[in-house]
Every structure is written in structure tokens, then in C-alpha cells.
Design a protein around this ligand. Sequence first.
Ligand code: PA5
Length: 469
Amino acid sequence: MAIHFDDHNLRASMVGAEHGITGAELREAVPTAREALRSFRKGFEEGRYGFPSLPSDTTTIQAIQHYAQEQAGSYDTVCVVGIGGSALGAWALDCALQGPHPVQSKGHPRLVVLDNIDPAFLRLALDSMNPRKTLVLPIAKSGSTAETAATFLIVREWLTVALGRKAPRRIAAVTTEGKGDLYALAVREGYRVFFLPENVGGRFSVLSAVGLLPAALTGLDVRKIGKGAAAMTRLCWRDDLETNIALRAAMLHHLVWTRKGKSIQVAFPYSNQLWGAAFWFRQLWAESLGKARDRAGNLVHAGQTPVAALGATDQHSQAQLYMEGPNDKVFTFWAVRRFADPGRIPRAKTGFAAFDYLTSQTLARLIEAERRATTAALTNELRPNCTFTLDRIDEGHIGGFLQLMEFETAFLGELLHIDAFDQPGVEAGKRFTFGLMRRPGAKQYRASFEEYEAKRARAETRSPARADA
Ligand code: PA5
């Protein structure tokens, strides 16, 4: 597994001192970065942070592989019912290693991720699956998320209508051991259950059963994913900033964000296979680093807005803004050194200039040229940018890359002195939903929502504007 990090275009020497990091700033930041590593390591050793241990949990990996072998041949679809951290990791792995929809590799069961409660979307999804050929995976760390619970009730009934008392055999849940209502329901109905450790938060759980169970059931080699992640974990504990690229990237992203005002980070993969990972990363970065208070309780409203853009496609959609709009972004390119198929362009000439210079070249060469061209153009406009390059896309590299992103996020949390592992803002929305949907015990949230509605009613002086043709 080899992943490289090129940070030259974050430097003042390339984009000027107003937008880039000077040598003095870098020298000053190094001891602080090492301190962030030490403090995260301490939290890990005290058992507060569990994601670094996931790749070495071979017992879980073996249990998942065993279950996948038992089920082999009995299904053609794996249906994940989950949301946020309980869905995005499975999608990121699937997109990277089976290919983005609708061009997935043939021969493996397909993955359907039900991570929204749009009723039309759910109906289309159910109509596309055969209940006799589907394994259903309800995934929720808390075991009580409203979207997951509601969708699962519908999918469970859909299975039961087709399979009767055999339906529970087609369900495997992932949740917290001994806690929550999904766990209780699974035990009562006899589902197979996998667990994620309590000290692993949803968005850091891709390398637990949350991401690996769907991956194994759709034919991926989860042992190789774990191996790549374990190799990266070893590097991420080193205090040498040449090999610990997670710490290096955290230090530089922190500087460019807090000293140069880059409040937006564009994650810019030049690979459709990494598009799912870009969406997974958006959640990781936003939910972990967007916090009202620091650990001392001071109001800080920290956060860098993550944006996902796809190269080369978004050069024709976003690049104008990126080149000429506000200089408030840092760009992080995700490149692939060797594509599985270079995409050879045929030799035959057409006699037309727009086509003939491309003949005998490859799409891999073209996409790389476009990435380098975009990088150069942004740098010339003094827009700081950096690049992660994966040697290739396979299980080991994806496992390593996802673990690298998680470590970088954790280190940045330390540099900002915030708790990167809680999500009070998400919980607030969840509680209002419970109140509105009349969940027992959530009366006070309904009352506070009603206060909001009363305030709104007082403020409303006219009915909403409407376009009615
Ligand atoms: O990262 C997180 O903790 C959240 O985004 C959760 O993953 C999300 O809210 C879903 O929670 P649960 O797994 O409890 O259904």
C-alpha cells in the first residue's frame, strides 16, 4: 500500500504568504502537531477512541467472513438500512471497489443503501429487489434513529409478506452490544447480530462491521481492507512528519484554515471510484470538526465546510468559481497513479484536429493531465492546494486511505482543542424529530418545538410567496 501526500502548493513559495504557509509558520507548527499526536494517543490508550484498533480486530473480520461464506449463493442483493455513519462507509467501499452505480463489476451481489426516508425512493428500491434474494442489514449504533427505524419496519414487513416466519433469517443487524431497541428487537426476533465497539462513533465506524459486513457480503476481501488500514495505522502513530502523512496533512490543513482563512475544503477526487469516499469524508470532516465549543467550554464555532467535487467532470461545473471566486478554499486532490484499465484511445485517425491528437493516448493520461492542469491553474491564481495520490485502487489502498482520513480528522480535532467524536448538533435535530413524531419520553422536545412554532407564528405577517401557474 502506498499513498503519497504532496503539499508544495500549500506553501507561501507557491501561492504567496497571504494564502500559503511560510517556513516560519511551518517550523512553529511542528511541535504543536507532535503534541496533538501525543494527546490523541493518550486518549486512545485510555480507551476513549476505538477506531485505530478496528483493523487489528481479526476476530470480527473472521466472523464477518464466515457469515458471508454461510450465506453465499442465497442472495443477489444486500440492502443496508442505515443513515449517516451507518451508511456512508458501506457506500464508499462499494463505490471504490465494485465501481460506481450503474457500472458495477458483474458477478457480485449488488448493494442497495436505504439511507433516506423519501417514500418514493423507498418504493422504487423495494420494487427493484426480490425479497427471496435479498439480505437486509439494519445498521444503527444507537439502535433508535428514526429514519432507520421507520425504513426498517417497512422493509421487515416486505420480507415477512414474502417469507413468513423465515424472514428473520434474511436479516443481520449491526448495533451496540446489549444496548438500544434495535439490539432488543434483534434478540427477540432471532436476527444474526454484529456489534460495533462503544468507543467507535458512527462516522469512524467504516472498518467495523458497519462497513465490513456489507463489503464482505457483496464479495469484497475484507481481510485485505483491514490489512491496508492496519499498515496505515502503524504509520499514523509515528511522530515523523515525513511518513505520518495524516499528521502532516492535519497540521497543514489546520494552518491554512486558521491562519489563511480557508474556511472551505474541496475534496477533489479524480476518480469516479473515489466519489463515494468523498461523500463519506464530507460527513467525517463536517460532523467531527464543526463544533460550538472547545474542550474548555469556550464558544468557538469551529468548522471548515467540506465540499465534494469530481474531476474531471466538475472542471466543467465548479472550476470557474474555484479559479475566480472568493479565495476562501483549500483544494485537496485525490489522485490515482495507476488505473486498472488505462482506457486506450483507438489509433485510427479521423482527419479532424479535435479528435486526432488524442488517438493512441489513454484516458488515464488525459485525466492525469487534467488534474495537473487544474492544480497548476489554481496555484497560478494563488489558491492553495495539495494532493493525496493512491498508487492504485484496491482493497488495501482503500482501507489505508479511509484510515488515513480518520486519523487526520482526529489530529485536527486535537489541534483545534475540540471533541471530534461527539455530535451534539445532530442529536438536537434527532430529539426534535422524536418530539414531533410523539416518541414516548420526548415530550419536552415537542414542547420546545412548539415554542419555536409559536415564535414563527408571531413573526409571520403574510402567507409564503408562491408561484402557482
Ligand atoms: O457519526 C455519527 O455518529 C452520526 O452521523 C451517526 O452515524 C448517525 O446519526 C446515525 O446514527 P445511528 O448509527 O445511531 O443510527
